[in-house]
Design a protein around this ligand. Structure first.
Ligand SMILES: [Zn+2]
Ligand SMILES: [Zn+2]
Length: 124
Protein backbone atom coordinates (compact mmCIF):
# COMPACT_ATOMS: atom_id res chain seq x y z
CA UNK A 1 0.00 0.00 0.00
CA UNK A 2 1.74 3.20 -1.11
CA UNK A 3 0.04 5.46 1.44
CA UNK A 4 1.08 3.26 4.33
CA UNK A 5 4.61 3.08 2.99
CA UNK A 6 5.03 6.84 2.67
CA UNK A 7 3.64 7.31 6.18
CA UNK A 8 6.07 4.72 7.52
CA UNK A 9 8.91 6.52 5.77
CA UNK A 10 8.58 9.57 7.99
CA UNK A 11 8.07 7.61 11.21
CA UNK A 12 10.85 6.75 13.58
CA UNK A 13 10.76 3.08 14.60
CA UNK A 14 11.88 3.93 18.13
CA UNK A 15 9.32 6.56 19.18
CA UNK A 16 6.84 5.60 16.42
CA UNK A 17 6.19 9.27 15.76
CA UNK A 18 7.13 11.53 12.85
CA UNK A 19 10.90 12.16 12.81
CA UNK A 20 12.33 15.04 14.82
CA UNK A 21 15.80 15.85 13.51
CA UNK A 22 16.10 12.61 11.55
CA UNK A 23 19.57 11.13 11.23
CA UNK A 24 20.92 8.28 9.14
CA UNK A 25 23.23 5.69 10.62
CA UNK A 26 25.78 3.73 8.53
CA UNK A 27 23.41 0.82 7.81
CA UNK A 28 21.01 3.26 6.12
CA UNK A 29 18.29 3.24 8.77
CA UNK A 30 16.87 6.53 9.99
CA UNK A 31 15.82 7.61 13.48
CA UNK A 32 15.22 10.82 15.37
CA UNK A 33 18.55 12.12 16.58
CA UNK A 34 17.55 11.98 20.25
CA UNK A 35 15.90 8.56 19.87
CA UNK A 36 18.98 6.80 18.55
CA UNK A 37 21.29 8.62 20.96
CA UNK A 38 19.06 7.64 23.87
CA UNK A 39 18.93 4.08 22.56
CA UNK A 40 22.71 3.89 22.42
CA UNK A 41 22.87 5.10 26.00
CA UNK A 42 21.02 1.96 27.04
CA UNK A 43 23.16 -0.47 25.06
CA UNK A 44 26.80 -1.43 25.37
CA UNK A 45 27.18 -1.53 21.60
CA UNK A 46 26.35 1.07 18.98
CA UNK A 47 23.78 -1.11 17.33
CA UNK A 48 20.97 -0.42 14.89
CA UNK A 49 17.66 -1.27 16.60
CA UNK A 50 16.25 -2.28 13.21
CA UNK A 51 18.84 -4.55 11.58
CA UNK A 52 21.04 -5.15 14.66
CA UNK A 53 24.13 -4.08 12.80
CA UNK A 54 26.83 -2.87 15.17
CA UNK A 55 29.14 0.07 14.70
CA UNK A 56 32.44 0.97 16.27
CA UNK A 57 31.36 4.53 16.96
CA UNK A 58 28.12 6.51 16.97
CA UNK A 59 28.24 7.57 13.35
CA UNK A 60 25.19 9.64 12.58
CA UNK A 61 24.57 12.07 9.76
CA UNK A 62 21.68 14.48 9.54
CA UNK A 63 19.23 13.44 6.87
CA UNK A 64 18.09 16.78 5.47
CA UNK A 65 15.81 15.27 2.81
CA UNK A 66 13.99 13.18 5.36
CA UNK A 67 13.84 16.14 7.70
CA UNK A 68 12.09 18.18 5.04
CA UNK A 69 9.63 15.39 4.30
CA UNK A 70 8.99 14.91 8.02
CA UNK A 71 8.45 18.66 8.48
CA UNK A 72 6.01 18.71 5.58
CA UNK A 73 4.26 15.70 6.99
CA UNK A 74 3.95 17.47 10.35
CA UNK A 75 2.61 20.58 8.61
CA UNK A 76 -0.01 18.51 6.82
CA UNK A 77 -0.94 16.92 10.11
CA UNK A 78 -1.27 20.34 11.75
CA UNK A 79 -3.30 21.68 8.83
CA UNK A 80 -5.57 18.65 8.98
CA UNK A 81 -6.04 19.10 12.70
CA UNK A 82 -6.76 22.80 12.23
CA UNK A 83 -9.22 22.07 9.47
CA UNK A 84 -10.97 19.57 11.65
CA UNK A 85 -11.09 22.08 14.48
CA UNK A 86 -12.37 24.81 12.17
CA UNK A 87 -15.01 22.46 10.83
CA UNK A 88 -16.11 21.67 14.37
CA UNK A 89 -16.11 25.36 15.25
CA UNK A 90 -18.10 26.17 12.16
CA UNK A 91 -20.68 23.54 13.00
CA UNK A 92 -20.87 24.82 16.55
CA UNK A 93 -21.18 28.41 15.32
CA UNK A 94 -23.84 27.44 12.80
CA UNK A 95 -25.95 25.79 15.43
CA UNK A 96 -25.43 28.79 17.71
CA UNK A 97 -26.34 31.11 14.85
CA UNK A 98 -29.56 29.25 14.27
CA UNK A 99 -30.43 29.59 17.94
CA UNK A 100 -29.44 33.27 17.94
CA UNK A 101 -31.35 34.10 14.80
CA UNK A 102 -34.37 32.45 16.24
CA UNK A 103 -34.31 34.38 19.54
CA UNK A 104 -33.19 37.62 17.88
CA UNK A 105 -36.07 37.41 15.54
CA UNK A 106 -38.47 37.27 18.41
CA UNK A 107 -36.75 40.07 20.36
CA UNK A 108 -36.54 42.34 17.35
CA UNK A 109 -40.17 41.84 16.65
CA UNK A 110 -41.17 42.68 20.15
CA UNK A 111 -39.05 45.86 20.43
CA UNK A 112 -40.15 47.06 17.01
CA UNK A 113 -43.68 46.56 18.02
CA UNK A 114 -43.14 48.49 21.26
CA UNK A 115 -41.37 51.30 19.39
CA UNK A 116 -44.09 51.55 16.85
CA UNK A 117 -46.82 51.55 19.44
CA UNK A 118 -45.09 54.22 21.53
CA UNK A 119 -44.69 56.40 18.43
CA UNK A 120 -48.28 55.83 17.65
CA UNK A 121 -49.32 56.87 21.15
CA UNK A 122 -47.15 60.00 21.01
CA UNK A 123 -48.59 61.36 17.78
CA UNK A 124 -52.17 60.66 18.50
ZN1 LIG B 1 12.05 8.94 17.29
ZN1 LIG C 1 19.98 -0.70 10.42
Amino acid sequence: MPTRLSTDLVHCSICLDVFTNPVSIPCGHNFCRCCILDYWKTTALFQCPMCKKTFKRPDISINTVLREIAEQFKDIRVINAERLQQQELKEERDSLLIKLTYSDFHCACKSNFQKRSSVFVKYQ
